[in-house]
Design a protein around this ligand. Sequence first.
Ligand SMILES: Nc1ncnc2c1ncn2[C@@H]1O[C@H](COP(=O)(O)OP(=O)(O)O)[C@@H](O)[C@H]1O
Ligand SMILES: [Mg+2]
Length: 361
Amino acid sequence: MAEVSLKGVKKSFGRVEIIKGVDIHINDGEFVVFVGPSGCGKSTLLRMIAGLEDITEGTLEIGGRVVNQLQPKQRGVAMVFQSYAIFPHMTVRENIAFGLTIARASKQEKQQKVAEAARILQMEHLLDRRPSQLSGGQRQRVAIGRAITRKPAVFLFDEPLSNLDAALRMDMRMEIGRLRRQLGTTMIYVTHDQVEAMTLADRIVVLKDGQVMQIGAPMELYHEPANRFVAGFLGAPSMNFLNVDVLDLDGEAAMVGNQSLEPIRVATRGRPFRKGGKAILGVRPQYLRAVQSGKGLLHGIVAHAERLGSETVVDLSLRDNSELIAAFDEDKVFEPGDALELTFDTALAHLFPDEGELQTH
Ligand SMILES: Nc1ncnc2c1ncn2[C@@H]1O[C@H](COP(=O)(O)OP(=O)(O)O)[C@@H](O)[C@H]1O
Ligand SMILES: [Mg+2]
C-alpha cells in the first residue's frame, strides 16, 4: 500500500510562504501529475514528499503512516530529477547499481536488480557504455533505472523530460506511460508541460502560487475547468477569453454579448454574475467554425494565419480590438484583412466572473 496524503501542507522559506495549505490524496498505484507555471511550487512540494525539504506545517502520510520526520531513505520513495544525476566515469551498469552499491547490496543482488531494470527499460545492450556514449533520452533512462532498483513504494519525477528535444520527449513520454503500466507503482510526476500532464495522468493537480486550483481527471479539467486559470492552462492554443457584458440572468444561464459578439445564452455553472455587470467568456479555439456572412456570432478580421498542414491557426482582431484565436482542423488559406464570421456551440463555452483573486493569470 502506498497511498500518499498531504493534509494542510505548508512551506515557508524564511518569512515567505511558498506552499499555502495543500490537501491532496493520492491512491495506491495512481499516476498523479502536478502541473503549473514555473515558480508555483511544484518542485518544493515534491521535495517535501521526498524528504529533501522539511514541512513547515501540516502532515504528510505515505502508506498510511506520518512521515514528516522520516529521512528520505526511510520513506520508500525514489526520485528522478530533470538533470540526469548520473556519473560520467561510471558505466550504465555501475550507474544503475549505484544506490545498491551505497546500500552494500551483494554482487548477486546487484546483478539481478540491474538486469531487471535494464530489461524493463529495454537497455540491456547499453549496460557497458558510459554516459557520454548515450543520447539524452538514454541517460534519463539510466536515472530511472537507478530508481527502479530501489523498488520504491512511490516514484517521484521532477520534470524528467524537460532537457530533451521535442521528438525525444514524446518517445520518453510514451516510455514512462509504459513503465507505469508495467510497474503499477504510485507515481507523482511534476511538469510545466500540459501535454505531459494530459497524456500521462490518472489525475492532474493544477497548482498556482502554492495553491491547488483544481484536481481531477485530465478530461474533467479540460471540459469542466473550475476557474479561468485552469481553463487557460490546459489546451493548446489556449482558450480565448472575451470581456463580455451580462445582459440578462435567469436561474442557470446568463445572456452575454459585446460589440463583437451577438447575444448568447451561456450556463453559469453556479458561478456568481450580476445583470449589467461584466463577465469573461471562454471559448476554445478548436470550437470556432467559420460561417457565411450574416450567420456568425463573432465578427473578426484576419491578422495572421499559420498553416500547419493538419490544422490552420488564425489570429483575428475583433471589433473591440480584442484578439481571438481560431483553430480549424483542416488546411485553409486566409489572408490578412479577410473578414471572417465565426460561430460555436454555446454549450461548450464557459463563463467566468470578471473579478476575484483566482481570475487573473
Ligand atoms: N531553498 C529555497 N529558498 C528560498 N526560496 C525558494 C527555495 N526553493 C524554492 N524557492 C522559491 O519557491 C518558489 C517555488 O519554487 P519551485 O518549487 O522550485 O517552483 P516550480 O518547481 O513550480 O518551478 C519559487 O518562488 C522559488 O524561488
Ligand atoms: Mg521545479
